[in-house]
Design a protein around this ligand. Sequence first.
Ligand code: SF4
Length: 361
Amino acid sequence: MQPTEWIQRHDIVTFRRRLGRWYRAHKRPLPWRDQTDPYRVWVSEVMLQQTTVATVAGCFDRFLKRFPTVADLAEADESEVLLAWQGLGYYRRARNLHKAAQTIVNDQGGAFPQGVEAIRALPGLGRYSANAVAALAFGTRLPILEANTIRLWTRLTAAEGDPARAPLNGQLWELAKRSLPTRGCANYNQALMDLGATVCRPRDPDCTACPVRAHCCAYQSNQVDRFPQTPARKTIESADHVCVVVRRSKQVLITQRPEIGPWAKLWEFPRCERQAGENWPAAARRVLCMVGCEPPKTLAERLTIKHTVMHYRVTLKCFEGRLQRKTRLTCERSRWVTVSDLQNYPFSTPQRKIVRSILDE
Ligand code: SF4
């Protein structure tokens, strides 16, 4: 069915009433819920891009405690923002958030923009996030279409095609817009998102507990498994990375990632990809030469971490060794830091596991 046909065939008032009743009984207690401070709503929406609610819930209060206002965020050094963003991944969002805070403070006198177009002009906000900030902070009558509501609407309408692409994506936006109530849009949008997240789940949706199953074309035609029709993901490839914890007295060597590319400007223990046919210790020695550090005589295996980045499943093997004599670093992005100082540098999630293992010694 075309999504826009659905609204002609269903009693939207009853649909909203059933959804609203369910939401009042089942809404998720989230740290950013029931708040209309645009700064808090904005931070939560940026954090929720490509990150699960559970992960954001563990980081949101910590970030807000460190940067309670947009002015605090604007004044901070970028490395402090990246440090507070640890655990959330996709660090470009943190850099955009920081830039946007500086725009708000420097160009707009610290007042958060209210119109959706002005919100969308801030770095790092697409249609979904800008609509979410405008709808949840200012009560603007706008639809919110994100992963959970896309899945929910696609099943409700049994819509054929890829919901992330035209023409279906545009039709879903139109349906979401037409379905909005005149008042109470913030709660209506949040109810749809909560229903999608907790009942109309990607796998194993709980249709018998669904308050709108009478309106669900996929359920009524016993075809829930067919929707949404998302194309198969790219194949995951594997890669081997090696990194080395080099110690000198009470210090360890760390190096900063370049300004562009994955984990831009974060810190790490010298790391590289192991080449085909290269043995692990040889790769560990090579990475140290790359940062201008003479490799220690002996390198011992410290730990192995498995993680996924983009479409790679990475095995990261970490070695360690101690320098016997001073070495002059030729890489200006590398530096010696004390072990206790490691917690003042932003690291990616896998590298943070190595930091944790060192701090726990
Ligand atoms: Fe999703 Fe099932 Fe509810 Fe349909 S009935 S909206 S598939 S949970």
